[in-house]
Design a binder for this molecule. Structure first.
Ligand SMILES: Nc1ncnc2c1ncn2[C@@H]1O[C@H](COP(=O)(O)OP(=O)(O)OP(=O)(O)O)[C@@H](O)[C@H]1O
Ligand SMILES: [Mg+2]
Length: 258
């Protein structure tokens, strides 16, 4: 895929009629109810919904970590049947390998895929620089702040050069200031190194700041309640009147959780 390309017209992710029922000791629990979703190449889609509505379950189905009860997911025309290197994932509590340095964590994926040392070093350094971690190549995770660990997680996911990136509340455990900083950083990274991103959050400000399109989910069992195209110029201003209007509009449309 070319770099720095604007949003394409082709569909890269296609969820068709996704439903999920978990079997629990109390009986069957329907969590996702017939979700159709198309994501275009290089698009930044934010999935926004109330707590516990089924966001992570949906993302896990899209990335192949969890099977759907019914429906299909295609990525780049291929049916998703399990995890694969064309789909990168970044979590809130990402499991960095504590015994590996920043570089070791970032180049882990290419290493297990057998990419030779010179190439994976070159690639890892490119993504370490991209996320602003130059100088911390040899640091172990224990020495890094929360924001820096998330940068390692982002670089690690990018280093596999996946077609699409799934991010599940990656900044959810950061303090407010670091969270703003990381939102700005991620936006810059995405502008520079365009990839299709599906990003989950329950923070409306984060959603409006980052999204080309916000997909608002219903409460559990979840389905798509509404979609909003956000065409504010980037980088966005959290205090811009149009930003605030969208923020208010979408919040008002969200199902209330008790
Ligand atoms: N493996 C499972 N077995 C049974 N129920 C599950 C399982 N995984 C998730 N659930 C239930 O499905 C519902 C949705 O969970 P999910 O984690 O997808 O929601 P979420 O929107 O990501 O929540 P949060 O806002 O806390 O991140 C919850 O009620 C949860 O308890
Ligand atoms: Mg979740």
């Amino acid at each position: 895929m070319e770099r720095g390309r604007s949003i394409g017209t082709s569909t890269i992710i296609h969820c068709d009629g996704i439903s999920k029922i978990f079997k629990t000791p109390e009986g069957e629990k329907r969590v996702i109810d017939n979700i159709d979703l198309k994501v275009r190449e290089n698009e930044f889609v934010v999935v926004f919904g109330p707590g516990q509505c089924g966001k992570t379950t949906l993302l896990n189905i899209m990335s192949g970590l969890e099977p759907a009860t019914s429906g299909t997911v295609h990525v780049d025309g291929k049916l998703v049947t399990g995890p694969g290197p064309d789909r990168g994932v970044v979590y809130q509590n990402l499991a960095l390998f504590p015994w590996l340095t920043t570089r070791g964590n970032v180049e882990y994926g290419p290493k297990v895929r057998g990419i030779d040392k010179t190439e994976r070093r070159r690639r890892a350094q490119y993504y370490i620089d991209l996320v602003g971690l130059q100088g911390f190549e040899n640091a172990f995770p224990v020495k890094l702040s929360g924001g820096m660990k998330q940068r390692v997680g982002i670089a690690r996911a990018y280093c596999n050069e996946p077609l699409v990136l799934f991010m599940d509340e990656p900044f959810g455990s950061l303090d407010a200031q670091t969270r703003y900083l990381m939102q700005e950083e991620l936006e810059k990274i995405w502008e520079k190194e365009r990839r299709t991103i599906v990003f989950i959050t329950n923070n409306i400000e984060e959603a409006v700041y980052l999204a080309d399109r916000i997909v608002l989910l219903h409460n559990c069992p979840t389905s798509v309640k509404a979609e909003y195209t956000i065409d504010l110029p980037r980088p966005r201003d959290y205090l811009d009147p149009e930003f605030l209007r969208l923020r208010k509009l979408i919040t008002a449309s969200m199902d209330m959780t008790l």
